[in-house]
Design a protein around this ligand. Structure first.
Ligand SMILES: [Zn+2]
Length: 281
C-alpha cells in the first residue's frame, strides 16, 4: 500500500476534502519519516499555507501550497503509509507519523506503522531532492499512450527480469510489488523471466494484463468505497497468498525473491520460461 489503484481512489477524495484549507500547524510524531529541506522548523515552513490541490505523481502524493517562501509538501507513503482527513479528535490516531492541523479544526493524518514512508518539505520545484520523483514512465491506464507498440518498444530495450521491469516507475506509471505479481499471474508469466526472452505473444499478454488488472482493481476499490486510509486487497489472486491454492488450478502459490523484491506466483499457471529460453538459443 498504496499502489496506483489505491492512490487513484484516495487522492481525488483528499483533494476534494483539502482544497482551500489552510494549515494552522504541523506536528511530527515519528521523526524518521521527515525530509525537511527548507530553513527553520517543520511548523515554520507549513503554518499559514493554503492547500490548493492534491495530486498523484507515480506513487507520491503531492500537496500544492500557497505560501511565501514557496514550498512543496510531497509524501511517499511507500509500503504502509496512509492519509486521511478527520474532524478533530475523531478517527484513529494509531501509528500517526505526521499530522497537519487545519485552521477549520480538521486534521490530515499521515499514518505509517513501519515508518518506511517519507514526508518531503522542499523549496518549490526542487524535486531533484526526491529520489525516484523525476522520471515518469508511460501512464499504463492511458490507452492512447500505453499502446502495444509503445510497450513493446520499451520492453525490447530491457535486459532485466520481468518483475523488475514492471516495478520501474521511470518506464511504467505505475506498478508496485502487489500489482506486478497480479499482472504476471494474469499474463501467465513467471516473475523471474528475462524480458528479452518474452516473445511477441507474451508481450501482448503482458500489455493487456497490465491494463486490465489495474483497471479492474481501480473499479473494484471504487465500488467498495473505503475510507482513504483503508487498504482493500482481498480480491488479489496471488499476492500474499503463499501456500494457498491457486484460484485457477489449485496448485499452492509460491513465493520467491527477485532481485531483492519478493514475488508470489503459481508455478503451474506461470511456468518458469528461462529453461525453455535456453533451449531456444
Ligand atoms: Zn495456477
Amino acid at each position: 500500500m498504496p499502489e496506483r489503484p489505491d492512490l487513484d481512489y484516495a487522492i481525488p477524495r483528499l483533494d476534494e476534502a483539502l482544497r482551500g484549507a489552510t494549515i494552522a500547524s504541523a506536528e511530527l510524531h515519528k521523526p524518521p519519516v521527515l525530509r525537511l529541506a527548507v530553513p527553520g522548523s517543520l511548523h515554520d515552513a507549513l503554518a499559514g499555507a493554503t492547500i490548493t490541490a492534491v495530486s498523484r505523481r507515480l506513487h507520491f502524493v503531492c500537496f500544492a501550497l500557497q505560501i511565501e517562501p514557496a514550498i512543496d509538501l510531497i509524501i511517499a507513503p511507500m509500503l504502509a503509509g496512509t492519509l486521511a482527513v478527520h474532524p478533530k479528535g475523531q478517527g484513529t490516531r494509531r501509528d500517526r507519523a505526521f499530522t497537519v492541523h487545519l485552521q477549520d479544526g480538521r486534521e490530515l493524518r499521515y499514518r505509517d506503522n513501519v515508518q518506511m514512508g517519507k514526508v518531503y518539505v522542499i523549496p518549490k520545484g526542487k524535486v531533484e531532492l526526491i529520489p525516484g520523483f523525476q522520471k515518469v514512465g508511460i501512464d499504463v491506464l492511458d490507452d492512447k499512450a500505453f499502446t502495444l507498440e509503445a510497450f513493446t518498444e520499451l520492453a525490447r530495450k530491457r535486459r532485466d527480469q520481468v518483475k523488475v521491469f514492471l516495478l520501474d516507475k521511470g518506464a511504467l506509471d505505475s506498478l508496485g510489488n502487489a500489482y506486478a505479481d497480479e499482472v504476471l499471474f494474469a499474463a501467465g508469466i513467471h516473475p523471474k523471466t528475462f524480458v528479452r526472452k518474452l516473445d511477441d505473444e507474451e508481450l501482448e499478454r503482458l500489455h493487456r494484463a497490465i491494463f486490465e488488472v489495474l483497471r479492474t482493481a481501480t473499479a473494484e476499490i471504487a465500488s467498495r468505497g473505503p475510507a482513504t486510509d483503508e487498504k482493500i486487497r482481498d480480491f488479489l489472486k496471488v499476492r500474499n497468498r503463499h501456500k494457498q491454492p491457486c484460484s485457477v488450478c489449485g496448485t499452492p502459490i509460491r513465493k520467491a525473491g527477485v532481485r531483492g523484491f519478493d514475488a508470489f506466483f503459481c508455478p503451474h499457471c506461470q511456468p518458469e520460461t528461462r529453461k525453455s529460453g535456453i533451449v531456444r538459443w
